[in-house]
Design a binder for this molecule. Structure first.
Ligand code: HEC
Ligand code: HEC
Ligand code: HEC
Ligand code: HEC
Length: 123
């Protein structure tokens, strides 16, 4: 009897944890988020829409989320002194050959903007 109760409680707890993890994983910001450049820029603010990328997996952009729950790209990609470095601010969004960058994925899928002025507006 005690054993059945224990197994039932364990099952309920596991199911709860499972549902919670799904709910958390599905929590992309509903409103557009501004990606901020840490410095002076000639461009206006760049807004990113999760809603328009709902068909893409979180991991295809948040490529380190399995090891680090921080969803800000700029936590790691903040140094722009060497633009070509894979960890630079620039590479995160422009690296042509990486499927994780804006430009790289758009090129690979042949969908989404790839020209400067399609994404950037002058101030
Ligand atoms: C097509 C690329 C892409 C996809 C797919 C994507 N995101 Fe994002 N997400 C971004 C970018 C870019 C930012 C802005 C990061 C920054 O400002 O450094 C962001 C920001 C966020 C933030 C806000 C982080 C903060 O602290 O401000 C959360 C939360 C988030 N994403 C969750 C998710 C979840 C959950 C999914 C999957 C359901 C997802 N994202 C799918 C690109 C993406
Ligand atoms: C926890 C730190 C961390 C976070 C957060 C992070 N990255 Fe990265 N990223 C790295 C590291 C380190 C590399 C170097 C290659 C590797 O280790 O995977 C990299 C490499 C890349 C590359 C390949 C660049 C190249 O030149 O090939 C792209 C593109 C990229 N990241 C995009 C993003 C985007 C977009 C986000 C946010 C949605 C993001 N990263 C969030 C650490 C991070
Ligand atoms: C993993 C692939 C992938 C990544 C990474 C990605 N995108 Fe996209 N993006 C797409 C696809 C696919 C479309 C086309 C969606 C459609 O036609 O419904 C798109 C469309 C767009 C559009 C056009 C939306 C519209 O109004 O039709 C913009 C703007 C855009 N992306 C910006 C970005 C920015 C900025 C980033 C980087 C922060 C980014 N994307 C990263 C796949 C990606
Ligand atoms: C698919 C969208 C996309 C395309 C296409 C694109 N960029 Fe970007 N770019 C971004 C994102 C996202 C950021 C990070 C947010 C920001 O800094 O505004 C960025 C940042 C920058 C920055 C540094 C920050 C600033 O505002 O000064 C420069 C410079 C830049 N891009 C220039 C270019 C040039 C030049 C091209 C064309 C060769 C280009 N970008 C094409 C998405 C794009």
């Amino acid at each position: 009897m005690k054993r059945t109760l224990f197994i039932t409680l364990l099952a309920v707890a596991l199911l709860g944890a499972f549902t919670l993890s799904i709910a958390m994983a599905a929590d992309a910001p509903k409103n557009d988020v501004e990606i901020k450049f840490p410095g002076d820029t000639k461009y206006g603010p760049l807004m990113f829409s999760h809603a328009k990328h709902a068909a893409q997996k979180c991991e295809s952009c948040h490529h380190k989320m399995a090891e680090n729950p921080d969803m800000k790209c700029t936590t790691c990609h903040k140094d722009n002194s060497d633009k070509k470095a894979p960890t630079s601010f620039d590479s995160a969004f422009h690296a042509k050959k990486s499927p994780n960058s804006c430009v790289g994925c758009h090129k690979e899928m042949k969908k989404g903007p790839t020209k400067c002025n399609d994404c950037h507006t002058k101030k």
